[in-house]
Write a protein that binds this ligand. Structure first.
Ligand code: F0G
Length: 482
């Protein structure tokens, strides 16, 4: 399945933008990279940006902004209460989703905190296509648990299903029948399902889920953080929407959901977040929490400049020529790697290219954190920072045993419109070298393990001195080059 639309005669995907501001980056020699990753406890989150050549950790808050976004920031109306900037943002969001109420929050997880406080009771279950780390952590913090009802194929690394992020509708019906309305805190659909490889959800699936939730009287919550990639996939993979305007798609989504929240570090290519609903009761309860946890109701922890840039960024995320760039580049990198036999999640999704570390490092067991080890090895080999999305990103079970992740991935994220095609080719080239030398990659173990969200600041060490062996081989094969 190929969605690449912009080809020249030589099959080059074309960017529908030009670069007018750049940042100098540096590539340290491999020996220095080895020191930096050691200092970082073999955790790519703890690397310093100055030591990184290509930062593919995340797109969060690091997307390239447009000239119109920057220009709008100069016109932001700086006021604690009643800022015009806020009203502009509220109007854009209400127009996009057709919902009645908007509440601002400082980022996506802040919305999750408010929603967990609103909806999660001790021992309740939040049922969802798949969890995201912060959404799950907030539900657990309020005493609830999570049940995932992704379609079985969503967890297969390779597939040609266009919407691997879909909920299994029969599992949804079964969960409601088994748990009952009282025990379910809410049903959550995550657009562009992050942890299974940025896989989209179809409109048809959302429609079915909405019907069931409405019948059962259970709130349906939509995490729209990764909506822009998902909108692209609805347009190109869901035949019924081929000729539908993107704004009509967002409005239809709005009509199906009881609550929509998002991280504007992703959606809208700015920073911040927000919650929308048309339910006055829920709105009033959440409104009480915003000044307590976020800030006054017309800024919610965001600067007016961020809000102004978000308004423009949200409007721009309705333009296919803008939102297609990430999925197209993800597909280019995936195809380059597939050609070399490197295991990646297929079909290519949004957000980034996801390498399957379980297959890549099939000699390692999951409690040796193969995705963490591969992310560290990639920084060593290339100065490229990816993100572990596997067992390390899980929280231990209450009895202290390792909660082995269903997928063991290294995510190579594409901040929107940041990288060039030659940089993408460089990543493919170094990953190919690493794949040829994969037997040299060893496991990791914790030196310092936080209890919650341990992947953010936990420190690890290699099992054995495999980084040295990797450097030696690098020097043999690449000579003097960096
Ligand atoms: N939901 C999803 C689907 C996300 O991907 C994220 C963040 C959040 C919620 C939380 O939003 O960071 O603004 O608090 N994802 C980032 C990532 C961290 O790198 O994928 P936040």
């Amino acid at each position: 399945m190929s969605e690449i639309k912009f080809y020249s005669g030589e099959q080059v995907p074309l960017e529908m933008h030009k670069v007018r501001m750049v940042q100098r980056v540096y590539l340290l020699p491999v020996e220095e990279r080895a020191q930096r990753i050691q200092i970082a406890g073999y955790n790519t989150f703890l690397l310093q940006n100055k030591d990184i050549f290509l930062d593919m950790l995340t797109d969060s808050g690091v997307n390239a902004m447009s000239e119109n976004q920057y220009a709008s920031m100069l016109q932001a109306d700086d006021s604690y209460a009643g800022s015009e900037t806020y009203y502009r943002l509220e109007a854009v969001l209400k127009d996009m989703f057709g919902m009645e109420y908007f509440l601002p929050a400082h980022q996506g997880r802040a919305c999750e905190h408010i929603l967990a406080r609103l909806l999660v009771k001790p021992d309740s279950v939040a049922v969802m296509n798949y969890h995201f780390t912060t959404s799950k952590a907030h539900i657990y913090a309020m005493g609830g648990t999570v049940e995932e009802i992704i379609i079985d194929e969503g967890l297969h690394i390779n597939s040609d299903l266009p919407f691997k992020g879909n909920m299994d509708i029969s599992k949804l019906e079964e969960a409601i029948a088994r748990l009952g309305k009282e025990k379910i805190s809410f049903i959550r659909i995550e657009a562009g399902t992050n942890l299974i490889g940025g896989q989209p959800v179809s409109m048809e699936n959302m429609r079915q889920a909405s019907k069931i939730c409405r019948r059962a009287g259970i709130p349906l919550v939509f995490d729209a953080s990764l909506l822009s990639d998902n909108l692209y996939f609805i347009k190109v993979r869901e035949a019924e929407y081929k000729d539908t305007d993107v704004i009509e798609i967002t409005r239809e989504i709005g009509s199906l959901m009881d609550v929509i929240y998002f991280s504007a570090r992703k959606l809208g290519a700015a920073r911040g977040g927000g919650i929308l609903t048309s339910d006055r009761g829920m709105f009033l309860q959440m409104r009480e929490m915003i000044p307590l946890y976020e800030g006054f109701l017309t800024y919610g922890g965001m600067s007016v400049r961020e809000m102004e840039a978000m308004s423009i960024g949200l409007r721009e995320s309705l333009d296919m020529d803008i939102i297609n760039q990430t999925p197209i580049f993800v597909e280019v990198l995936c195809n380059e790697l597939i050609k070399k036999g490197i295991p990646v999640v297929t079909p290519p999704g949004g957000l980034g290219c996801h390498v399957d570390a379980r297959q890549f490092c099939s000699h390692l067991s999951q409690d040796e954190y193969p995705a963490g080890a591969l992310a560290a090895a990639l920084y060593l080999a290339a100065g490229v920072r990816g993100m572990e999305r596997g067992t390390l990103s899980e929280q231990r079970n209450p009895d202290g045993t390792e909660a082995v992740s269903k997928m063991e991935l290294v995510r190579l994220a594409f901040p929107k419109r940041v990288f060039t095609l030659s940089q993408v080719k460089y990543v493919a080239d170094r990953l190919t070298w690493l794949y040829e030398n994969r037997s040299l990659i060893g496991g990791l173990e914790f030196e310092d393990e936080p209890k919650v969200l341990r992947f953010f600041f936990g420190r690890l060490k290699p099992k054995g001195n495999w980084p040295n062996a990797l450097i030696r081989k690098f020097r043999e094969d690449f000579g003097e080059s960096l």
